[in-house]
Design a protein around this ligand. Structure first.
Ligand SMILES: [Zn+2]
Length: 455
């Protein structure tokens, strides 16, 4: 097997990948800020990290992948206040839309989906640590991070801080990329807006502290991999490093991976240019989810991806090649179900499509035809969708994912019943928890029996 090589933004180099603990990877991805629907540029990054996590799993790594939902920031607090609803209520619609979109694009769920608003205590504890280490100063009810005290500031993004003034600061998280200044860890409450009452004062967290606190809570002081869009490298990720390393004195992240921008028709997406698209916009235009995932995954993550609607944007040679592959596939199956010949048509096509992608000759217009061809292949062969574990479990075989067989479950249920009968409730709780951790829910019926089902 090949050695896995990844480009690390921190060193600016391609490096061999080896996790801190052999066989296990701790990975963090900055998730969406749920004040609006995510756009296809966001999904380019999420598809990239999905390819990464699927590949690491395929290579046998046990993955602990954390993705956050930023469900508190200045815009969310202001919008929720304007709408006269709580933060949870305001963000819920966008959270659910994000989950649905991820499912639609076959983006796997990470091991932990977490919300910033569930981790205010962790953020406060981290700020207290920074206070203790004297990296902070208070001002008008807010708490700021003193950038000049952190000597390594700029090591990720290579931002030049020669012009920075000590104590210069901005109150807004959404500041210009050029302004490297002290940033708020904790913000004083604004009249009429939501705030938390905490040991460091009333207020709300800054955006950057959210990711540092949540990443270290679930993954420890040092993460193997941190991913995100390239626009997050500065200041967001630079600030995450400054906060985390000043608090722990240890390296925060070993491999930083950043996905490049997605352009639409050669331009950066923006609402004012009218080229800003959510997934739903594209589905309304007739795009299929599989074709979209294919398009987002087809360009290596460190290259800009130019998304184009030009229907003439297909490559004549490629279109002809897809048509020939479809014909060969049909020819093979038509010939008394010659499955080997039909598969050869698929292999040949995939090889040629790869070459075309490398040369930049695989265009947007080719994607749906290619996806349709591969879809037809799997309609007949039905081998691409990996649901073996589910199927085996359904007929009583434990999968290799730690799932329990029916017999194993029955045995544990009996153990729990026996523990209850001898009034050993600690033991019965332990068994219930073990079952719950492995996806089994118990229901005690009125007549003292127990029913179980898989989550
Ligand atoms: Zn983040």
């Amino acid at each position: 097997m090949h050695e896995i090589q990844l480009h690390n933004t921190l060193s600016g180099k391609i490096e061999p990948f080896a996790p801190l603990k052999p066989g296990q990877v701790g990975m963090y991805t900055c998730g969406p800020t749920v004040y609006d629907y995510a756009h296809i540029g966001n999904y380019r990054t999420f598809v990239f990290q999905d390819i990464l996590r699927r590949f690491l799993k395929l290579r046998g790594f046990k993955l602990n992948h954390v993705m956050n939902l930023t469900d508190v920031d200045d815009r969310i607090i202001a919008n929720a206040a304007a709408a006269g609803v709580g933060i949870r209520k305001y963000t819920e619609k966008f959270v659910q839309a994000f989950f649905t979109d991820c499912k639609t694009l076959s983006i796997e769920s990470p091991e932990h989906w977490i919300r910033a608003t569930d981790h205010i205590d962790d953020m406060v504890a981290l700020i207290e640590k920074l206070q203790k280490n004297t990296y902070t100063y208070p001002s008008e009810g807010s708490i700021y991070y003193r950038i000049t005290k952190f000597k390594d500031y700029g090591k990720l993004s290579k931002v030049d801080l020669s012009g920075i003034q000590a104590g210069a600061r901005v109150d807004n998280d959404r500041y210009e990329k050029e302004s490297a200044r002290d940033f708020a860890l904790w913000k004083a409450p604004k009249p009429g807006e939501h705030f938390w009452e905490t040991p460091i004062g009333a207020g709300r967290p800054g955006w950057h502290i959210e990711c540092s606190a949540m990443a270290m809570k679930y993954l420890g002081d040092t993460l193997d991999i941190h991913t995100g869009g390239i626009d997050l490298a500065f200041p967001h990720h630079e600030n995450e490093i400054a906060q985390s390393e000043a608090a722990t004195g240890k390296q925060f992240v070993r491999y930083w991976l950043h996905a490049e921008h997605l352009l639409v028709e050669g331009e950066k997406m923006s609402k004012s240019l009218g080229n800003f698209f959510t997934l739903r916009d594209l589905f309304a235009k007739g795009y299929k989810p599989s074709a979209l995932r294919f398009a987002l995954a087809s360009v290596p993550y460190r290259r800009q991806l130019n998304f184009t609607f030009d229907p003439a944007g297909n490559q004549p040679g490629m279109a002809a090649r897809i048509a020939k592959a479809a014909d060969d596939f049909d020819g093979g199956l038509s010939d008394d179900l010659n499955t080997a010949q039909a598969l050869a048509a698929v292999y040949d096509f995939v090889r040629e499509a790869n070459t075309a992608m490398d040369k930049g000759e695989f265009r947007q217009g080719d994607v749906s035809a290619a996806a349709e061809f591969l879809g037809n292949f799997d309609q007949v062969f039905a081998v691409l969708e990996d649901n073996d574990a589910e199927k085996l479990k359904a007929i009583g075989f434990a999968g290799d994912d730690g799932g329990l067989s029916d017999a194993e479950i029955e045995k544990l249920v009996e153990e729990r019943q026996a523990a209850r009968a001898r009034r050993d409730f600690a033991a019965s709780d332990r068994v219930r928890k073990e079952l719950s951790d492995r996806g089994i829910i118990l229901e005690d019926t009125k007549d003292g029996k127990v029913r179980w089902k898989r989550k």
